[in-house]
Design a protein around this ligand. Structure first.
Ligand SMILES: [Zn+2]
Length: 420
């Protein structure tokens, strides 16, 4: 890119009003009375949403292909179409009481990037694609992030096809029914770089009054079940020194979970969200307590250190108390650091455009996590009102959505390389 092109592209901006109108038009499909959207994966409404977005892609000259899990790829050719495309995207399925912006924003911001490039006659070296990933939410069908998961090899197409909803309808039949069981083999499609714009779904940006969140990573998660065994007896006659109170012992562990997370800041998270007390009776000393432990952090090293400290603490407490404590890991999702090049491009684009930025790790899952397994990937966050998402009242400001799309535009152009 020579200097002339660099200065020409630096002034380039997307059309925020056009982006907003598209968001509202897509949001009307499955609109709920409280201003949200209910557009469950592979429903009739999902089909209507897919048809609308695909028709918009056709209007701006993009080719549209669908793979076997129903992921839609809308492609704008580059100068060298043998090169892997620079891809952006997200999802348009929603929660039953979802909002207009979660996912939808990432897809329509991508479409707005292409509309802007067309409007200004800008050609790129590599093709540009906008992906609509199937069933990100995991509300109707599990696993979540299904389309991107199959695409990136996290699980098989057969596994995804067999998932059923509460009515017993499976993914394969529903894809065929709505006409989105495509021919393209999943993953048969190299990606040069992947960017995803998304509302933050948390309060950090809004509290800091910052417009662009640069996402260095998604937190990894280690989940445990813990069982503490004591001895049930009468709350009155049993002296304090001869009790085996499972709940009292469990509270030490619960406090330690939080203390460990605080010791491993700023990204450490420690939560006990589920507790069962047996027999759960006012005047009986608890004989058994089961509870969940959810620990998160940004790197393998910090998450490993947290889980090791929990293990050591439990072993010491078991020895000191003489009571039974069983700690069992039930799932583990590794931390997902995004690619330094993509993170740098996002930060550089935001700086170029004069937006305030800060690093915000993602505590929630996104399609970009799976994309990061097959390509350099990065994410852009914009604020959402009160940090609320997965709720009909989910809201975001047009100027913030425009800012995120502008950052997406310039980060994608840096990776796709402007030739004209
Ligand atoms: Zn989402």
């Amino acid at each position: 890119m020579d200097n002339k092109n660099m200065s020409a592209s630096a002034s380039l901006r997307i059309d925020g009003d056009r982006l907003w109108r598209s968001l509202m038009e897509l949001g009307a499909i499955g609109a709920t009375p409280k201003g949200g959207v209910c557009r469950l994966a592979l429903s009739d409404l999902d089909k209507q949403g897919r048809d609308l977005v695909s028709s918009w892609a056709g209007e701006v000259g993009m080719s549209v292909t669908v793979d076997q899990i129903g992921n839609i790829f809308m492609r704008r050719p580059g100068r060298d179409n043998a090169l892997p495309p620079v891809v952006t995207g997200s999802h348009i399925d929603t929660q039953p009481t979802g909002g207009k912006f979660d996912g939808n924003y990432g897809v329509l911001a991508g479409l707005e990037v292409v509309r802007t490039l067309n409007q200004h006659g800008i050609e790129t070296e590599t093709p540009i694609e906008v992906a609509v990933w199937t069933n990100e939410e995991g509300s109707r069908f599990v696993p979540v992030m299904m389309g991107s998961g199959v695409f990136c090899g996290a699980f098989t197409l057969e596994h995804a096809y067999a998932a059923t909803d509460t009515d017993g309808k499976n993914v394969k039949d529903e894809l065929e029914r709505i006409g989105y069981a495509g021919q393209q083999r999943c993953g048969d499609h190299p990606i040069g770089a992947y960017y995803e714009a998304h509302i933050e779904q948390g309060p950090v940006l809004e509290h800091a009054d910052v417009v662009i969140g640069v996402v260095p990573a998604v937190l990894g998660q280690a989940w445990y079940d813990c069982t503490v065994s004591g001895f049930e007896s009468h709350a009155g006659p049993t002296p304090m020194e001869s009790r085996k109170d499972a709940l009292q012992l469990a509270t030490y562990i619960m406090q330690e979970v939080v203390a460990i997370a605080k010791r491993h800041g700023p990204y450490g998270r420690g939560t006990v969200g589920f507790v069962q007390v047996m027999p759960n009776s006012r005047n009986v000393i608890p004989g058994e307590v089961k509870f969940s432990v959810d620990m998160r952090n940004v790197s393998d090293a910090t998450l490993d250190a947290m889980t090791a400290e929990l293990g050591t603490y439990v072993a010491k407490l078991r020895a000191a108390s003489g009571m039974g404590i069983v700690l069992q890991q039930v799932s583990y999702f590794p931390p997902c650091p995004f690619h330094p090049t993509c993170v740098t491009e996002i930060r550089a684009a935001a700086t170029l455009l004069g937006y305030t930025t800060m690093d915000v790790v993602s505590g929630a899952g996104h399609d970009a996590i799976y994309a990061a397994r097959v390509a350099p990937a990065g994410m852009i966050f914009v604020p959402c009102k009160d940090g609320v998402s997965h709720n009909e009242i989910e809201d975001a400001k047009p100027e913030h959505l425009a800012a995120g799309a502008n950052v997406l535009l310039h980060a994608m152009l840096a990776s796709a390389v402007v030739v004209k």
